[in-house]
Design a protein around this ligand. Sequence first.
Ligand code: FES
Length: 138
Amino acid sequence: MQNATKLTTVATLAEGESFLFTVRERDGSEEEALVVHTADCVAAWLNFCQHETDQRLDRGTGAAIRDGEIICPKHGSMFDGCSGYCDNGKAADSTLVEVDVAVDDGTVYLTDDDYTFLHEGGIDDDDDMPSSSSHLSF
Ligand code: FES
């Protein structure tokens, strides 16, 4: 698949699990997104709830997914993993922001021209950031 970034594989992302990654949007800002694998689909969404947009669906340990629905960890609204739509709770009648992905021969690719893949994991998981202060002296 040309001009698409490999994210993960269907074999490594078990049904009911999610894959967190960070993208750059067209305006230059960074955003988290997650691929979800349900019984009916593989889909990807920006990693925030539609009720409170500072609420992450995956806080870095994997999103809660049950019966094909992504469960917001704050108030428990459930979003359909394939359509992104929520018909319950505080986020009722809202839809997650979709990120286009495609599955080709078992590999999941980012195909959305609005987003550029930066790295696996959340924004704070960037390996380029200094993780040690060992150069400091006292
Ligand atoms: S923050 Fe997600 S349902 Fe309230």
